[in-house]
Design a protein around this ligand. Structure first.
Ligand code: F6R
Length: 247
């Protein structure tokens, strides 16, 4: 695992965007695995900036998103579909039909999950997967449990995740209780993984995920087993981690 220490959120966003932009330059028709949440906002904004300056071209890029709430229509402002279009896709020259997000409107769990897996396979797999880290160690919506879930599946969100995501909804009661998410196997099959983490409130889980035992109780800990993982974290997020890392 490569660990890159950033000064703060902005520096983390820039460093992570640099890695994604290198991927696009090296392979213009690459497949990017994308995440939502607060962490990647700065990364998407930096990539948008470089696109506007003419330094990046998304015309041949495809994207696959990790997850989506089950039952939320695309038009809902809290859907991850809406998030991705508002915060990234509508600002760049990516083809709309090259952006794949689990279909939250499909209430049939097996058809929604199979469709997402098939879409990933038909693109030939993910070249670079961007991840954020949940407070409980989740990646995508793979919540702590007794075993690592494999492919795209439906999850019951934990109270911790519902609390964390309530900030995007009018009230906690409005947060959907289920989501579709790529599984650990689908994530681990990516050629490269980039996990971005920021903030003191992520310091404890960062130390447990990357320096603790590999266990499904901390889903992100499985990343220690991937051959090409880069953790880009700011000083605050690394403040409880026991190593000296590259600046
Ligand atoms: C969202 C996702 C989640 C988030 C995680 C961290 O697509 O995959 O695993 O990355 O919950 O969220 P933030 O960045 O909001 O702290």
């Amino acid at each position: 695992m490569i660990i890159i220490k950033a000064k703060d959120y902005q520096d983390m966003s820039r460093k992570a965007a640099n890695m994604i932009s290198a991927q696009i330059i090296m392979k213009p028709d690459c497949v990017l695995g994308l995440a939502t949440g607060s962490t990647p906002l700065g990364i998407y904004s930096q990539l948008t900036d470089w696109f506007r300056k003419g330094d990046l071209d998304f015309a041949k890029v495809s994207t696959v998103n990790l997850d989506e709430y089950r039952g939320l229509p695309r038009e809902s402002k809290q859907s991850y579909y809406y998030f991705m279009h508002e915060n990234f896709f509508r600002h760049i020259n990516i083809r709309k039909d090259s952006t794949i997000i689990p279909n939250g409107r499909d209430m049939n769990i097996s058809s929604a999950c199979e469709a997402h897996e098939q879409a990933i396979q038909s693109l030939g797999g993910v070249d670079l997967q961007l991840l954020g880290l949940g407070y409980n160690g989740h990646i995508g919506f793979n919540e702590p449990g007794e075993a690592f879930e494999k492919e795209t599946h439906c999850v019951d969100l934990t109270p911790c995740t519902i609390d964390a995501n309530a900030r995007f909804f009018a009230s906690r009661e409005d947060v959907p209780t289920q989501a579709y998410t790529m599984g650990i196997k689908s994530i681990m099959q990516a050629g490269k993984i980039l996990i971005a983490v920021s903030g003191e409130d992520k310091a404890e889980i960062t130390a447990r995920a990357f320096w603790g035992p590999v266990t499904p109780k901390v889903p992100a800990s499985i990343l220690q087993m991937h051959p090409d993982v880069t953790l880009i974290a700011d000083e605050a997020a690394l403040s409880l981690s026991p190593v000296t890392v590259k600046q």
